[in-house]
Design a protein around this ligand. Structure first.
Ligand code: ATP
Length: 299
């Protein structure tokens, strides 16, 4: 669906995006993560044809974003910018109707969309009185006008409460089931790690890594963490069981003993720990989180 080849963008001396190559497949939920200023929004704007690339090419649905025929493709794209600006004097419904007119979408889509994003009751109120989360919901409704086949969502859950975040991802799941391709950015890594198919980690305008969370985890060679609750004895019995496996020192916090281990040693550690029998009352194996992976690549 999206082919980005050798794309760079400079703003004077600032290399906002440098030599990016990426492919996003049709029907995928793709995440773009990176520190502030990593180049995510600039890449979004280039994919929409709003900002020109200094070098390289972007094709969406086979059409170059700088070509004449892109205008037709653009009609099938929904975009939620990082900072949505609305006219404060219009109501939510009037705002959506305004965007519908711009997009050439029937006004009849507006009320059901407001309902879908949880603004049905607030639709008659002026946007001036909307909270940050309500504005974000309205921005999302605007992006969904015209049933786009491709959605770009720049930090879509900013300002949403936990219920709003859950509802937002439920809508995304339904859209994806219907075949919509979704590209989103977020700084809340715990939130997106279970919800994207693949993601790219950007740093200083470059893509540092791209793949599924599991593939990135394996490629980053980060250790797994074993956490043990001891029913009896102390960490010395665990130390004895793990002796000879070349693991780092154990840590103890209250009744929990933890040890990091390379992925390749996982089964050997499990076998060694099983020798402790009933001395261990519980055991958890923690995979590195997306935050651990991100910090490994982006810092
Ligand atoms: N219009 C512009 N003029 C000058 N510099 C710009 C412009 N837009 C972006 N930049 C610079 O390009 C770099 C990338 O910015 P961009 O907004 O793409 O990052 P981002 O990853 O979206 O950051 P954030 O997470 O803070 O939204 C930054 O150094 C930024 O200051």
């Amino acid at each position: 669906m999206i082919e980005i080849s050798g794309v760079s963008r400079r703003y004077g001396e600032v290399h906002a995006v440098s030599g990016v190559d990426l492919r996003v497949h049709a029907g995928e939920v793709f995440g773009l993560i990176g520190h502030n200023g990593a180049g995510k929004s600039t890449l979004f704007k280039m994919m929409l044809g709003l900002v020109a690339a200094s070098t390289g090419e972007i094709r969406i649905a086979g059409e170059s974003v700088t070509g004449k025929r892109f205008r037709e493709v653009r009609r099938g794209i929904g975009y939620l910018p990082e900072n949505v600006v609305f006219h404060d004097n219009l109501t939510g419904l009037e705002t959506l109707a305004f965007f519908a007119r711009l997009k050439g979408v029937p006004r009849t889509q507006c009320a059901p969309l407001l309902e879908r994003v949880g603004l049905a009751e607030a639709g008659g109120r002026r946007v001036r009185g909307y909270s940050k989360g309500m504005r974000q919901r309205l921005g999302f409704a605007q992006a969904l006008l015209g049933e786009p086949r491709l959605l770009f969502l720049d930090e879509p859950t900013t300002g949403l409460d936990p219920e709003g975040i859950r509802e937002f991802y439920e809508i995304l799941r339904a859209l994806r089931a219907g075949g919509t391709t979704i590209v989103l950015t977020s700084h809340i890594l715990s939130e997106i790690q279970e919800r994207v198919g693949r993601l790219a980690i950007m740093k200083s305008g470059r893509v540092q890594a791209c793949g599924t969370v599991q593939a990135l985890r394996e490629a980053a060679h980060l250790p797994l963490r074993f956490e043990l609750e001891l029913a009896e004895g102390d960490e010395h019995c665990v130390q004895g069981a793990l002796h000879g496996l070349g693991l780092p020192a154990l840590r103890r916090q209250g009744g929990t003993v933890s040890v990091d281990c390379p992925r390749a040693s996982k089964m050997a550690v499990l076998r060694a720990l099983s020798a402790l029998g009933s001395q261990v009352s519980d055991l958890r194996v923690r995979e590195p989180s997306l935050e651990d992976i991100f910090l490994g690549y982006a810092s």
